[in-house]
Design a protein around this ligand. Structure first.
Ligand code: ADP
Ligand code: SF4
Length: 690
């Protein structure tokens, strides 16, 4: 069967109410930290998906009113008509590339923050806010409900005027008022909006009908619905009320966009949900109940799975947020049979972390994500070489691999030298840890591409010295030599002074553990003063191998960074389930061969833990020796540190750094410097003040 036939079903057009999608690839709404504060960036990012072949490109949750203010986060905003021009940038850019544009209207109910607007927080019943903020939510009375319906209708009209083709009613992620009314544990009303499912569904039904009434002639009305809260009998279940909702509304929406709630379940990471299509068991009933097209998600990356989902009648559209971030050109690559060229999502949720921080999106696999407008980066195109220069890249971790790949794509003659037996650097090391196997794709994707380039040579087992670099005679050198973990205990909370570590104490670094050096017997204390993700993964590995493990950290939670990737509760739960003893709010005071002394971060009170071996996860030291030696020689035209050797950070940052270096190679320095300053400024002379 030709590729075209094999995947042909994915490229059939599908009607959605009054509009038609050109194929079955549907970028579902996803947050991106750009929103109303960075509208040009958002438009350029969404347009890239359209160019990459997605038939529908949605924006993100879009506030319909100041009482659904999500500041300081930057989502979409359609409070009044003055928000239309910013969103029109996106619809025009998406239409220009042949896709339909969708908008996810939202009223966040008790999930709203209203920090900026200071408006009251609205909910079906009096209750705490969904967020830890001082303001409680108050029960909506009938006039509030009438007002909400009016805001939604007005926002739908504005969305149509902004050029959107598909307009959402949103009852998902436990973040919207429509869903809050639906869920019995959030709705204690005794009027016609509470009690029976029919009553709890009334507001959603009204919002759907209102939207149809005001824009249904021109626009499709989509309904995003979380069929299951994944709480078992404690919450809404697909097999019970979830299904009943779909039956009761069956053909009212023009499209069903179904998923599971809350967001950590919908956007589960590979660490906790390793399989593609992990939502299938929950959503596959929907198509049996409605005649309207259905879109679902589940980090789909395998085209064969996509085809089987459509053929089996489980979905009409292949929905994607993260796979479309990791590879905006996924549909085009499938259409052209270039399956091996797909940059598969690794399910790390670094994209989500940017939204959690209220900054523009980034992606581990796709360094151009979020940089389409600011730096003008295109995921599939890069400027050709400017000269016949030869380039040496030292170190084949994520930074070196990406730098070499992009220089190779530009046409330069590239040598990539790696000291280790295999290329991959930290990606190789970390992907050997529990739950992180998919991270290997960061190296595999790049190696696959690199190995097809005639202008690129990779040498492994080639630890380069300054003399060897000089012997090669290549004038342009990028050093991606990485970083190694400290052994002396200096970390975030040690005030730059090493804690006393007695002679004979068994100290291991993360590099040791990843290299297979393991404590022999007795209790191991994993001490985490890094507080990102790695220490808990190491503890999981050691406990999983049957060791007695204590996890100690100055933080008040295990791996607080993983809150940004929606994983923290699962990370901590996993350690607890593995029998790891957790000691939070403790700094390392002293280490001897028998014990680790910990000190309470609040009182300074000390305690001793039996400790046969300590794994110290604290800080990394940049590998800059070669850089120093080459700088001292002063013979090179280009000598640049990239990745962790320049600034230890996430794998995503190393890839981005390698990418940037390759783009900027032989670019005038002043021009490249300007990129740092590109941002969307408020026009003080433009819009009216009031
Ligand atoms: P990054 O995240 O910045 O890519 P990594 O630590 O993942 O950094 O990778 C750095 C790589 O550089 C490692 O695989 C390491 O073996 C390699 N390396 C370090 N120094 C040298 C050197 N002098 N010659 C060749 N390879 C080196
Ligand atoms: Fe996938 Fe990670 Fe990229 Fe998000 S950041 S799209 S999870 S690879």
């Amino acid at each position: 069967m030709t590729e075209e036939n094999r995947f042909g079903v994915l490229f059939e057009p599908v009607r959605i109410g009054p509009v038609e999608a050109r194929n079955r690839f549907y970028q579902v709404p996803h947050c991106n930290g750009m929103g109303h504060r960075h509208p040009r960036a958002e438009a350029a990012m969404r347009a890239m998906k359209a160019e990459g072949g997605w038939a529908v490109v949605a924006n993100q949750e879009t506030e319909i009113h100041p009482s659904s203010d999500l500041s300081p986060f930057s989502e979409g905003r359609l409070w009044d008509e003055r928000d239309i021009p910013a969103l029109r940038l996106m619809t025009e850019a998406v239409h220009d590339k042949g896709a339909l544009a969708a908008v996810e209207l939202v009223h966040n109910g008790s999930h709203a923050l209203n920090h900026f607007s200071r408006a009251p927080i609205l909910a079906p019943s009096d209750m705490s806010s969904d967020n830890v903020i001082a303001r409680q939510a108050r029960a909506m009375d009938k006039s509030d409900i009438r007002a909400l319906r009016r805001w939604h209708r007005d926002a739908a009209r504005r969305a149509r005027d902004a050029g959107f083709d598909i307009i959402y009613v949103y009852a998902g992620h436990n973040m919207t008022v429509a869903q809050h009314f639906l869920l019995p544990h959030l709705n204690a009303r005794s009027d016609e909006y509470g009690g029976s499912l029919e009553n709890r569904l009334r507001l959603t039904r009204e919002l759907l009908e209102d939207t149809h009434e005001v824009v249904g002639q021109d626009c499709a009305v989509a309904f995003r619905f979380a069929v299951d809260e994944m709480l078992g009998a404690e919450g809404m279940q697909a097999a019970e009320e979830g299904r009943a909702v779909v039956e009761m509304l069956a053909d009212i929406p023009d499209l069903w966009d179904v998923n599971v709630a809350g967001w950590p379940n919908d956007s589960a990471t590979t660490r906790f949900a390793p399989e593609d299509g992990y939502q299938n068991d929950y959503i596959s009933f929907v198509k049996q109940v409605t005649d309207k097209p259905v879109v679902g998600v589940g980090r789909f990356t395998s085209p064969d799975l996509m085809v089987s989902m459509v053929r089996k009648g489980l979905l009409d559209f292949i929905g994607a947020a993260r796979p479309s971030i990791s590879d905006p050109f996924l549909p085009k690559k499938i259409e052209e049979g270039r399956i091996e060229d797909i940059r598969e999502c690794i399910g790390c949720n670094i994209c989500v972390s940017a939204d959690s921080l209220g900054v523009p999106i980034r992606c581990t696999q796709n360094p151009t994500m979020g940089e389409e407008w600011r730096r003008g980066w295109h995921p599939e195109r890069i400027a050709p070489k400017k000269s016949a220069a030869e380039v040496l890249v030292v170190g084949a971790g994520p930074a070196g691999l990406e730098c070499a790949l992009q220089l190779g794509r530009r046409g330069y003659d590239v040598t990539l030298a790696e000291a280790g037996e295999e290329p991959g650097g930290r990606v190789l090391r970390e992907s050997g840890l529990p739950g992180l196997g998919a991270w290997r794709r960061v190296a595999d994707y790049r190696l696959h591409q690199l190995r097809q380039m005639a202008n690129l040579r990779i040498f492994t087992q080639s630890a380069m010295t300054a003399e060897e670099v000089a012997e090669l005679g290549v004038p342009h050198v990028f050093l991606a030599t990485g970083a190694r973990w400290r052994r002396d205990g200096i970390g975030r909370t040690t005030r730059r002074t090493p804690p006393p570590i007695a002679e004979g104490a068994a100290v291991f670094t993360p590099d040791d553990i990843m290299a297979g050096l393991l404590p022999e017997a007795g209790p191991v204390v994993v001490y985490d003063d890094d507080q990102i993700y790695l220490a808990a993964v190491l503890a999981e590995k050691l406990a999983g191998e049957g060791r007695e493990v204590v996890f100690a950290t100055p933080a008040s939670l295990v791996s607080p960074f993983t809150d940004l990737t929606l994983e923290q509760p699962r990370v901590q739960a996993r350690l607890i389930e593995l029998g790891v003893e957790i000691r939070c709010n403790r700094t390392l005071a002293a280490l001897s061969p028998e014990e680790m002394r910990l000190s309470c971060v609040f009182t300074g009170r000390e305690e001793a833990l039996a400790c046969a071996a300590a794994v110290l996860v604290t800080e990394r030291m940049r590998e800059t020796e070669l850089h120093q030696a080459l700088a001292d020689k002063g013979e090179l035209v280009t000598l640049e540190l990239i990745g962790d050797a320049a600034s230890p950070a996430l794998i995503a940052d190393a890839v981005w750094s390698g990418h940037k270096a390759a783009r900027n190679f032989e670019r005038p320095r002043a021009e490249a410097e300007k990129d740092w300053f590109r941002r969307e400024l408020i026009d003080l002379n433009g819009g009216e003040a009031g």
